[in-house]
Ligand binder design. Structure first.
Ligand code: GTQ
Length: 347
């Protein structure tokens, strides 16, 4: 090789690549360094959406299209590094859904799992498996894979919630299915509170139990999460990175509440400055209470209630709580843990 001029080596290789390309072959050695990389290099970038700035667009969308016409009237929070891909991280979707008084978002089901985190307004419901649950700010609600679900608002005020879906995970595996329910709303077959009574009180009905991988408890009311956080805070010091942080869990199986999406709620005391934390699960946050500052990969963002921000994979994040803060978050952690490659680093 040493005797062959570099230019002709390049030309010989290029010619080989061209011919093999015709037969759908490509040389690994030209791309290896981009395929197998020393640490995550996410196309997602840190970003924060101020609710105060985006709320007018949400309400304006309510004047230009009905929930019935839109099916789901949602503004997608697109990661600025991944515009046009309906993604907030590589694996996850995030949107803000609006339902106005008197509206119904028609029933359908899909293999994607969804979570709802209520951002503004009360009195709307989501129906899953024949049971309606009333939405209040801070409630965490699950729509398990392949369950019929419709949303309605018999109340008097607009209701806005965050939708988190594992759309990109299903797309990665080409495992998406969806269908519409023949009626606009599914029939109500169980009283409100049934799933909470069965599974939310440390008591389990004698079989047969649901076989789903998703929590049978489909609504986790904020009142209870908040109370639990404050109870913890009275009995132990805050974690250096997380303050007091809880994972929403499946009362039958333990672990995460959903098989693909992990969800969390944390309390930061007033004046708290967290140690930096990074993990491979890019994470979406919704601010429930309080204001402060999050520094993501060296960039600082001020936040206040109802704002949304995203910490991409392996970006160090740290919090400065100006007042006592409550933050909700979700990520693809259960999927990474199940597959054995999730990593974190504290400090
Ligand atoms: O409520 O079923 O934001 O199917 C995106 C897709 C919400 C929903 C979204 C959906 C839904």
């Amino acid at each position: 090789m040493a005797a062959i001029p570099q230019a002709s080596v390049q030309a010989v290789r290029a010619e080989l690549y061209r011919r093999m390309g015709v037969d759908n072959l490509a040389p690994l050695w030209e791309v290896l360094h981009d395929l197998v990389i020393p640490q995550p290099r996410s196309p997602a970038v840190p970003a924060l959406w101020k609710y105060r700035d985006i709320r007018p667009y949400i309400l304006e969308s309510g004047r230009v299209i009905t929930a019935r016409e839109a099916i789901r009237r949602v503004l997608i929070l697109e990661n600025p590094g991944m515009r046009g891909q309906a993604s907030i991280t590589r694996s996850l979707y995030c949107g803000l859904q609006l339902i106005l008084p008197g509206e119904i978002a028609p029933s359908h089901r899909h293999t994607q799992s969804a979570l709802r985190f209520i951002v503004e307004g009360s009195g709307a419901y989501t129906a899953v498996d024949g049971e309606r649950t009333t939405m209040r700010p801070g409630d965490f609600i699950i729509t398990p894979s392949w369950t019929w679900h419709d949303h309605g608002n018999p109340g008097v005020e607009p209701v806005v919630w965050m939708d988190g879906l594992d759309i990109n995970i299903l797309a990665l595996f080409d495992a998406q299915f969806a269908e519409n329910y023949p009626e606009e709303a599914q029939p109500v077959t169980r009283n409100e509170g049934d799933s909470y009574a069965r599974y939310g009180n440390n008591l389990t009905p004698l079989g047969p139990l649901p076989q789903s991988r998703t929590s049978p408890l489909f609504s986790y009311p904020y009142e209870r999460s908040r109370e639990t956080l404050h109870a913890l805070s009275r009995n132990e010091p805050p974690h250096a990175c997380h303050g007091w942080k809880l994972q929403y869990s499946n009362p039958l199986l333990g672990g995460f509440a959903m098989p693909t999406i992990g969800s969390f709620i944390q309390l930061l005391p007033k004046g708290f400055q967290s140690a930096p934390y990074r993990s491979t699960d890019g994470t979406v946050y919704s601010v429930v209470e309080g204001s402060g500052r999050v520094t993501i990969g060296g960039e600082a963002y001020a936040f206040e209630p109802r704002d949304t921000f995203v910490v991409p994979s392996w970006h160090a994040a740290s919090f400065a709580a100006g007042t006592e803060c409550v933050l909700f978050s979700y990520s693809d952690r259960p999927a990474q843990v199940a597959l054995g490659f999730w990593r974190e680093r504290q400090g």
